[in-house]
Design a protein. Sequence first.
Length: 135
Amino acid sequence: MLPFSDILVTTDGDDDCRELADRHYSRKTVGAALFMGPGKKVVLRNPEGTWVFAWIKSKFRKDGQTGWECSIFRNESERLSSEIIIECEKYVSGRKFTYINAKKIKSTNPGCCFKAAGWKQAGKSKGGLVLLVKP
């Protein structure tokens, strides 16, 4: 792991990150060794292991999206999620996007922390997920 400020660059096999991923609603296989799919990956975390933020750039996508997707963000720290998002944006360049499953979260404002970080809603997926994009 490489330290930068209070952010560490790691892998999708990082034990602390996998434990956080296991508690995220998007986790497909709880307990699996890896928590991301195929593609170019940038996995970020704090030294305490209380948040994980992961970018993935997939070569082939069925949804037509391009750029870096935030495939998982779980924050169990006391820091504001929007601040963490803004810091993690610095690790990749180009278009950034993410999907939020409004049915699986408690908030009445899906993606609120991303919106507070300057992301904009750009529609929904075929399956009804909220698409957010960083302009």
